[in-house]
Ligand binder design. Structure first.
Ligand code: IMP
Length: 419
């Protein structure tokens, strides 16, 4: 078995796009299985920055097939823009049906979903959504009122608008010219993604399942209700890609060396204003999708260990270690402590309200040292940085497979487990 699932171990933005891009040349197929254009993957290749929201991160490697599985919500406007960007950038053309395959079962997100997202996500229930219409579109899906790519291809536009009217009224229904444009651009790439993946597997090709968002935002296991609307755990890769779970292989979880969060919701290791600002600027922590500043905190090992227990990842990819270069003091959270009773726990609390009166217990890593510009092994790390990495592996119970210490493709060590 040489397929892998790659998921976020934190609150999203862990650098999954970068890791998948790094791994893509070892895999023949990259599949997106959850989320929507609420995700934004930033990839640097040959000095050029690419930001993709729906496109699997394998598109930048010419030998890789990219699949958008049925678990992904597709905004047709965003998808067609990204297809055009790839065509204009010379990555593929509209005959490249082995480079991009899109499931006809993907549900669609329309403008009215964005409007509803903006209206719902205010007041006491404010989640800080990306306003990409994701919650309302997933709601329509489970309410059995959704519209899928298959509908765009096979229904008349009037029939399609009738379906949309059931939930949106007359508001912001897409015009024929838009529907026609989306249909023309998307259609050549639509295919039976299950068949495609099973055939690739039978031919002995390697498949990488690429998750969006992260464990802390999972609809079932994250900090509900401050979560996204799909599952981000590895098990969902089978559902969202439309394949038997026996195809999945091992899981690799991505984590930054510190934590970030956008939107609202509990963030136990969040730093005070001055330190938060410092880490944000050192790490360039502004959202790829919304440009929003991300709140910053120390690495929460309790959360990561919990993610390992519930998703079963065997390997870790640690990103942005270089951001700690030269810092006098770095911390990692190893428990939560109740300030009144002194009780300590190593599992997260279940409700946002319960966090009141709990604080993180930290372990310190002093004099972090300078991370070299180029590394050929972990032994070349300064001693504190090396201790930090070993501590993370041991606490979480997973093996470090990738260490990323800069934005360029070269600034990463691929260690083991992925051969
Ligand atoms: P939604 O998925 O846009 O509905 O947003 C729900 C929550 O998930 C909000 O707190 C968002 O900030 C967060 N979120 C959604 N997608 C991402 C992502 O790709 N990275 C980080 N946070 C995200």
């Amino acid at each position: 078995m040489s397929n892998y699932v790659c998921i976020g171990g934190q609150y999203g933005d862990e650098g999954k796009g970068r890791v998948v891009d790094l791994l893509s040349n070892r895999f023949d197929v990259v599949v997106r299985f959850n989320g929507s254009c609420n995700a934004g993957h930033t990839i640097w290749a040959d000095g050029k920055k690419w930001v993709v929201h729906l496109m699997p991160s394998g598109v930048l490697h010419s030998g890789t097939s990219n699949v958008i599985g049925p678990g992904v919500l597709v905004d047709p406007k965003v998808l067609t823009e990204e297809i055009n960007m790839c065509i204009d950038g010379g990555l593929f053309d509209s005959n490249s049906t082995d480079r991009l395959v899109i499931s006809p079962l993907c549900h669609l997100v329309f403008w009215h979903h964005r409007v509803r997202d903006g209206v719902n996500d205010i007041g006491d229930n404010w989640v800080g959504s990306t306003k990409r219409g994701v919650g309302p579109a997933y709601s329509d899906k489970v309410s059995r009122l959704g519209v899928r790519i298959a509908d765009l291809l096979h229904l008349s536009f009037d029939q399609l608008r009738e379906k949309l009217k059931a939930v949106s009224g007359d508001a912001a229904l897409p015009e024929d010219r838009h529907l026609q444009k989306w249909k023309d651009i998307i259609k050549p790439f639509v295919g039976d993604t299950t068949e495609f993946l099973l055939n690739k597997d039978e031919e002995g090709k390697r498949i990488l399942f690429e998750g969006a968002q992260g464990y802390g935002l999972d609809i079932d296991f994250g900090s509900y209700p401050y979560v996204t609307s799909s599952n981000c755990v590895a098990a969902y890769a089978a559902v969202g890609a439309g394949v038997p779970h026996s195809l999945l292989g091992e899981t690799i979880a991505i984590t930054k060396a510190y934590s970030t969060r956008v939107g609202t919701g509990p963030f136990p290791t969040q730093l005070n204003r001055v330190e938060d600002e410092r880490l944000r600027h050192l790490g360039g922590e502004f959202g790829a999708t919304t440009g929003r500043p991300r709140a910053c905190g120390w690495l929460d090992l309790v959360q990561l260990r919990d993610a390992r227990r519930k998703t079963g990842f065997k390997y870790l990819a640690l990103t942005k270690l270089d951001i700690f270069s030269g810092l006098d003091n770095v911390k990692a959270c190893i428990a939560y402590k109740n300030v009144s009773t002194g009780e300590q726990r190593i599992t997260p609390l279940e409700t946002a309200e319960q966090w009141e009166g709990w604080e993180p217990v930290y372990v310190d890593f002093n004099n972090f040292g300078e991370i070299p510009y180029q590394l050929s092994s972990l032994e070349e790390l300064p001693s504190t940085a090396r201790q930090f990495v070993t501590f993370v592996e041991q606490y979480v119970g997973a093996k470090l497979a990738i260490l990323s210490y800069g934005p360029e493709r070269e600034s990463a060590l691929i260690l083991e487990g992925l051969e």
